[in-house]
Write a protein that binds this ligand. Structure first.
Ligand code: ZN
Length: 150
């Protein structure tokens, strides 16, 4: 059963890597921030369209490994129509899941982001999975400087 779940999660990651969602430029965007993970070479630019405190559109451009591409693709899907506070809460939940092995988080709180839960077994890849979220965090705080995971 657990192995089946793992296979399913991998399938979803491969699918998002092959066909990234929201892989486009928002013009004009309310927020644009670049993120870079030097450890792996993942690079992305995140675009957000906001309506007051609500994220009405999210997209990205860039190139990186399968984990980083799947992560940013999934993120742009799940944060759409969320408030900035809800998106920040999701980042906290996701980050805790990946960085704290003993965390006893309810998977349902993560929704489709749960497919990336296997990354916690590979500490070197955690930054690949969280790069998109650190970039989002900077964008929501209205920072415009490129961010680096190092
Ligand atoms: Zn990577």
């Amino acid at each position: 059963m657990f192995e089946d779940l793992r296979d399913l999660y991998q399938e979803v990651i491969f699918d998002h890597n092959r066909n990234p969602r929201n892989f486009r430029i928002i013009e004009p965007a309310d927020r644009t921030v670049e993120g870079f993970n030097p450890l792996c070479g993942d690079r992305l630019t995140l675009y957000l369209k906001l309506d007051q405190d609500k994220i009405i559109d999210a997209s990205f451009q860039g190139s990186g490994c399968a984990i980083s591409t799947a992560s940013v693709s999934l993120m742009t899907e799940v944060i759409k129509d969320k408030t900035t506070q809800e998106a920040e809460d999701l980042f906290t939940t996701f980050h805790t899941l990946l960085t704290n092995k003993d965390s006893d988080l309810r998977m349902e709180a993560l929704g489709k982001l749960a497919v990336l839960s296997g990354v916690r077994d590979y500490p070197a890849r955690v930054k690949c999975a969280t790069l998109a979220w650190h970039t989002l965090d900077a964008a929501l705080k209205n920072e415009t400087q490129a961010i680096s995971t190092e």
